[in-house]
Design a protein around this ligand. Structure first.
Ligand code: ACO
Length: 346
């Protein structure tokens, strides 16, 4: 699909949450925290978490199945799975997901960009379509951060939830609804230590006794991450809108990574855009890392916050540090139901 006027077009969307719900009050039973602290500092009321024995690939399969159904497709030329909690360090999880979806010998690989993973995976999928390698791509974001959190860390336990979301991309015309444009990606490895799991890679192996238990858990320095999330997401969103030929005031709906309700409010203020144009489902799902943006898209489709024809900018920020955004006119899609309990407002 190389050549002027060709684009990667979103033609399907699906999402999935594991059934188990953990409320703020549930966390406060074992941790020195409260529903009031978590709600006022983050906007989160509850999150979904997997049961022991479940893994990221299980959620990815469910979201992928729904995105395929939404697109009316049975397979894709490539599966790109954004995750920082793969089923195991080696091999990647995407080939097993493709196999479980009955997709045969298609290309399949993982992308690790933490909370920006879904935007990076969109870029990878769109690039493979642009190169002519693929005519269609299943792009999934799935994470189970509950598996890497320190059970005694009240900050990270309050923020993160598990989930998965996926879109189906088809080679199409740049002028049609769903066509992705204005892709903007960036990173700042100088500050990689602000968000990390120290052990489990080649520098500090998880085998034998070489890793400290504390180093196997996810850590985040909340304050400096907060400031950078606001700055980089706002700048990235500006770039995507400008490259799409839109003023920020022309954008109907912003679907940003759901890291913290206060971050979304701060980005809206920095962009001087009404906060009502920012989709938010963080109260019900928490920060679901690579799943966050497609889950928010699915939620917004079901709630009516996202309607066909809307000018949309997607944006993310996360570990790496990484950030990214993209723009599209929202297409008319059938989006299968995610677990009903997740979308109840009380
Ligand atoms: N309950 C009660 N108290 C808490 C809790 C909790 N759940 N969590 C932290 N506290 C305490 C802290 O221990 C600290 O206490 P102290 O003053 O006695 O030391 C106090 O509250 C203030 O802590 P801060 O970290 O300064 O609180 P802040 O208001 O900054 O909120 C938070 C912390 C929610 C983590 C916020 O900084 C944030 O959202 N940061 C950005 C997160 C983000 O953007 N992540 C995206 C990337 S994540 C990724 O890529 C995987």
């Amino acid at each position: 699909m190389s050549g002027p006027g060709r684009a990667a077009v979103v033609t399907g969307l699906g999402a999935w949450l594991p059934p188990r719900v953990v409320t703020n009050d549930d966390l406060a039973v074992h941790l020195d925290t409260s529903d009031e602290w978590i709600r006022t500092r983050t906007g989160i009321r509850r999150r979904h978490v997997i049961e022991p024995g479940e893994a990221t690939g299980d959620l990815a399969v469910e979201a992928g199945r729904r995105a395929l159904k939404s697109a009316g497709a049975e397979t894709a030329d490539v599966v790109v799975l954004a995750t920082s909690t793969p089923d195991q360090p080696c091999p990647a999880t995407a080939p097993a997901v493709a196999a479980r979806l009955g997709m045969g010998a298609v290309a399949a690989f993982d992308v690790a960009a933490v909370c920006t993973g879904f935007v990076y995976a969109l870029g990878a999928g769109a690039g493979l379509l642009a190169s002519g390698f693929a005519r269609s791509a299943l792009v999934i974001g799935a994470d189970t951060f509950s598996t890497i959190l320190d059970p005694g860390d009240r900050t990270t336990r309050a923020i993160f939830g598990d989930g998965a979301g996926a879109v189906y991309l088809t080679a199409g015309d740049a002028a049609e609804p769903g066509a992705l444009h204005g892709l903007s990606l960036g990173s700042d490895g100088e500050h990689s230590r602000l968000i990390e799991v120290r052990a489990g890679g080649s520098r500090q192996r998880s085998t034998g006794l070489s890793a400290e238990v504390a180093d196997t858990y996810f850590t985040m320095q909340g304050r400096p991450v907060f400031a950078r999330a606001v700055r980089h997401m706002a700048a990235s969103v500006r770039t995507s809108a400008a490259e799409s030929g839109w003023d920020l005031g022309d954008v109907d709906t912003f679907v940003l990574h759901q890291a913290n309700a206060r971050i979304l409010a701060a980005v809206a203020a920095q962009l001087d855009v009404p906060a009502e144009r920012f989709v938010s489902n963080i109260d019900r799902v928490g920060n679901t890392v690579a799943a966050s943006i497609p889950l928010a898209l699915a939620d917004a489709c079901h709630s009516g916050a996202l309607v066909p024809g809307a000018r949309v900018v997607l944006g993310g920020f996360g570990g790496g540090l990484t950030w990214g955004s993209a723009a599209l006119v929202w297409p008319d899609l059938e989006v299968p139901q995610v677990r009903a309990a997740a979308w109840a407002t009380s």
